[in-house]
Design a protein around this ligand. Sequence first.
Ligand code: AQP
Length: 329
Amino acid sequence: MDRLLTGLQPSGALTIGNYCGGISQIVNYQNEYETFLFVPDMHAITVPQDPEALHRNIINAIAMYIACGVNPDLPNMHIYIQSENLYHANLSWIFECFTPHGDLTRMHQFKAKSALHETFTEGLVTYPDLMAADILLYDPKYVPTGIDQKQHVELARNIAIRFNNRFGELFRVPEPLIPSVGAKIRDLQSPENKMSKSSTNPKASVFLSDSEKDIRKKIMSAVTDSDGVISFDEQNKPGVSNLLTIYSVFAGVNLEDAVTQFDGAGYGDLKKAAAEAVVSKVIPFRDKYNEVISSGIINDILNSGREYSTEIAREKYELVRRAVGFGRI
Ligand code: AQP
């Protein structure tokens, strides 16, 4: 069975963007691939985190994956916490020593996140090396992702190719798996930006854990434009295009059909329909989420994920360690 791998940072509550770019793809492909789904807590601390909140977000993220339809009972599903598998950091260090600094500082995400803070940590710079290690330890065929992480997957591909050329076939070169619609759900208040879980504007992001009332309120107050025409044009009409995208993904309607459906309608109609579609999909996740949190199954899932992933990662790390000349002959 080919492998699929993805992780969602526990840097806050998960958004409908994280659902579109990450979780929904895992749910769609989980029966066809051996799936490695991990919580990248080491990535989360590249920007400041409150330790108590980080612990909580890790467990909440696992419960939310399962609430959204990830099936932890599949024998080919492995769910684990990044920091509990020490090989990620070990391989990341090797990659850091082989990656030119300029390859890291030209990453879009580094530029965007470093601009938000007066100072930034070295971890924010080397984040893509750690992400390359997260991926390459497991030889996945595909890495499901939204558009924002595509550049990091490309860096992981380049690292794999560079190592394979220099040391012989060590890594499978992975492909990003990007959804055709919903790869970049936009911020509801600044639609030129993507929706993020760590946004400071409370009206910018819809969280998977939001109440029905909040979901409706946020979508009804989404920023659009003043020309009153519903059409899909991400460049010139990012707010309206975002609402069409959200409607398309959550109502399960093809994007072209959605555009036709709202031809001549008002922005209020589109917002109402998008809100309804999100509510219908997301609100049922809550019962399952509460059930998972109170069931006590999360520890068992994580223990078995840690054991399995550590075994696979150890084998790969040993090969790389020897290849670069570490330790004794
Ligand atoms: N707005 C988005 N639209 C579609 N996909 C998205 N993803 C993130 N935002 C959107 C995808 O979700 C997966 C997990 O992302 P992540 O949590 O590892 O990091 P991120 O991309 O930095 O996500 P956030 O929500 O913006 O987190 P913060 O605010 O902490 O930086 C990835 O597949 C990502 O592409």
